[in-house]
Ligand binder design. Structure first.
Ligand code: SF4
Length: 340
């Protein structure tokens, strides 16, 4: 098999795919985010030509937290090829083996990034941190050079071995002491997360559309404070647990239930593959919800919950009955409620 595959502007690095030969895999499950399903289909056709039976997963693949283990077992797959994400998030899956296949996209990246670094420098910022999603991670060193050419100093760290890599729930690769943040990713999702995590002025660079500009977290924070205020008044809670490979947190959910019950509040547990409004409504009526699944549900889709929603790291405000000292970073924290 050749080293790369080009599909509509996307570059697939096929080197990891050779692993399936070493594994002797005859049947594989291909998993890809919705925007890369067409790439997965093209790769499936290549594999079929090589005599490998390839199924494309019809489900969503939200991240490295969402490995299609049940589907792979249902078809008795020898391996899972997971496209477009860098690796596991939250928890590993060992059987069947999971091979992460990089898919890169350059598009309008550099010309858009240059406009942004010029704007950021004009605003007087000097020390910046840069985040990219995995689709653009291989261009990171070139982005740093462009930022430096504009007079900026770049600070940052690795996530899982990749400089500046961000995923929707993890911004640890961004420097804590930067004056401004630049995030390279499609849409506003990752830039919003970075702004909430760092609290610093954040610009987004969209290599797919060429859109760019500062992000505004004020509506998100206002919604968080509104939901938390309502949850402080709540008497009954549903604690939602996900069954997804890297979003499963039953111990944290039980701890939350116990903490709420100790305060005389009604708290019940429910488990979902995908947390959906319909599934929540089917369970009856609750004053508030605690979401132990993907923390971004409370940021990007709070109306999915029929009542106010609280993430585990935010529960402390509900328990103490006060929003004093609220930090949006708590949206992403789970350690605060680890079992004693
Ligand atoms: S943000 Fe949500 S979907 Fe994305 S990797 Fe994290 S848990 Fe998974």
């Amino acid at each position: 098999m050749e080293a790369g595959l080009s599909v509509g502007g996307y570059e697939v690095d096929l080197r990891p795919v050779r692993e399936i030969r070493k594994l002797g895999a005859r049947r594989v499950l291909l998993q890809a985010p919705d925007g890369l399903k067409h790439v997965a289909r093209e790769l499936a056709a290549r594999l079929a030509a090589d005599g490998v039976e390839a199924y494309v997963s019809g489900g969503h693949a939200w991240g490295g937290c969402d490995v299609a283990l049940q589907e792979a077992r249902a078809i008795n797959a020898d391996a899972i090829l997971h496209l477009g994400h860098h690796g596991f998030v939250g928890a590993r899956v060992d059987a069947p083996p999971v091979i992460f296949v990089p898919v890169y996209y350059e598009g309008l990246l550099f010309e858009t990034f240059e406009k942004v670094v010029r704007n950021v420098a004009l605003k007087g910022y000097r020390r910046v941190t840069i985040g990219t999603t995995y689709q653009h991670a291989k261009y990171f060193s070139r982005l740093v050079r462009l930022a430096e050419d504009a007079g900026l100093t770049v600070a940052g760290r690795h996530l899982d071995g990749y400089l500046g890599l961000v995923v929707g729930c993890n911004y640890a690769a961004l420097a804590e002491d930067a004056e401004a943040v630049i995030v390279v990713a499609g849409g506003v999702f990752h830039a919003l997360g970075a702004a909430l995590w760092t609290g610093a002025p954040t610009w987004r660079v969209d290599p797919y559309t060429g859109d760019y500009g500062p992000v505004d977290v004020k509506p998100i924070v206002a919604r968080r404070l509104r939901d938390l205020s309502r949850a402080i008044e709540a008497r009954s809670f549903l604690v939602a647990v996900s069954s997804k490979t890297g979003q499963r947190r039953p111990e944290i959910a039980r701890r939350i239930r116990d903490l709420l019950a100790e305060r005389g509040l009604r708290a019940e547990l429910a488990v979902f593959d995908e947390v959906t409004r319909e599934g929540l409504l089917n369970l009856g009526s609750y004053d508030a919800y605690v979401n132990t699944a993907c923390p971004r549900l409370a940021v990007d889709d709070p109306d999915l919950f029929p009542g106010p929603v609280v993430n585990p790291g935010e529960l402390k405000y509900v328990l103490k009955g006060s929003l004093e000292g609220y930090s949006p970073r708590d949206l992403f924290r789970f350690d605060v409620l680890a079992p004693p």
